[in-house]
Design a protein around this ligand. Sequence first.
Ligand code: NAG
Ligand code: NAG
Ligand code: NAG
Ligand code: NAG
Length: 419
Amino acid sequence: MRHFFRVPLAILLLALSITCSHAFRKYRQPEIKSAVFLSPKFELDPGSVVNRNYYYIEFPRGHIAIKGFNAEVVDEAGHPVPLHETYLHHWVLGRFHQRLNATNPEQDYILVRNSGICQKQVVYQYYGLGSETRGTNTDVPDPFGIEVGNPVDIPVGYEEAWFLKVHAIDTREVEDKLGCTECRCELYNVTKDEKGQPLRPDYKGGLSCCYDHTQCRLREDSVGATRNLYMRYTVKWLDWNEFIVPVKIYILDVTDTWKRLANSTGQNSEHECHVEYDIESCSASGKADNGCTDSKRASLAMPTGGYLAYGVAHQHSGGLGSALYGEDGRLLCSSMPTYGKGKEAGNEAGYIVGMSTCYPKPGTVKINDGETMIVESNYSSTQSHTGVMGLFYILVAEHLPKPVLSRRLPFAKPVNSKV
Ligand SMILES: *[C@@H]1O[C@H](CO)[C@@H](O)[C@H](O)[C@H]1NC(C)=O
Ligand SMILES: *[C@@H]1O[C@H](CO)[C@@H](O)[C@H](O)[C@H]1NC(C)=O
Ligand SMILES: *[C@@H]1O[C@H](CO)[C@@H](O)[C@H](O)[C@H]1NC(C)=O
Ligand SMILES: *[C@@H]1O[C@H](CO)[C@@H](O)[C@H](O)[C@H]1NC(C)=O
């Protein structure tokens, strides 16, 4: 095979060098790098739950632009595991600065959250998805990138590192698969949260009932077999260069109770995101006339605006789609779920296996500074649901490349530098 390529390559190089001498201004993008890693192993028995942070995961080092990140659950042979066996409730990629030589690494670190806009340590992630992970495009479009690892942003005496949080529920041999994935407290026989605090009597389901080491109710005939699993994650990146346009990450939550006050600045501290909410069935609520759609909305101001580079929503089973509107009602992005139709991993019937994404042409979708946006999340209410989510993840560029640069193609490197 090998020497087949030799002659054509020589001709190609010659052709390139001729082109370059004539067209000094032709630029070409560096190739996006990509690497696949495995998380530490986790063990799941039928009905059991893992909800853990894996610190110091393998990740590209140095000053880079993240161009994509995705993850899925695989077994020991590396085969993708379908959602009806291991339900991936969510995974989250978090960034932190760790003090060098810390005596207690689990405490001596600074979380580096995204740009907002929920309060403090709520939805702080750089990336995060759930069951939809296999069918959702996470690529950051050119000329944009998520800038990380810049030495000037890392405090002296610290290093930058990453953690992956994995929340997975083994639903083999359980009595009620949907109930286990929606973390219904009664199925987990849970009356106290992870910290030992009693749950509110009206709390029927959600993350407070399916924490690490909890157990969902099994069928009578369950035999149980422990399984070793991993998260397999793919990182795409570019070494940082001056032609990459940085984007900020914002996550808007439909459960956020933020209200504009006269002196409001719209900063994180004013927000109260609950992340989860429940859907009452339309027969119970007597609201069958709206076609049994639960439509929830929140108005949220963006502290600073910019150009939308990418958008995607996160919903759970029952989700019918989500949208983001500007203050004047214009549609900024909508993200719709795809449900699986079969059994195999990536196409599991009844589960959301992908969310559509928005890639507006750079510069065409603008969010103004301080603009109040509306996030909308629709669910089917033909049956009740607990612990659903309505998050909208967006990448926003505060500046665009200068026109002359964008015409020349932003990831500039003269072609002749390689030849
Ligand atoms: C951490 O420890 C190493 C080796 O023990 C030492 O060389 C280094 O100076 C220490 N760094 C800090 C910031 O204390
Ligand atoms: C549920 O929990 C209670 C108290 O923690 C325990 O006594 C009971 O046996 C549990 N029920 C099941 C079905 O595991
Ligand atoms: C806004 O004003 C109210 C009443 O004067 C005050 O209690 C509150 O702390 C102020 N909020 C901010 C964000 O400054
Ligand atoms: C959500 O539902 C409302 C009411 O049925 C509808 O007007 C809106 O277009 C829906 N939004 C999306 C994103 O599907």
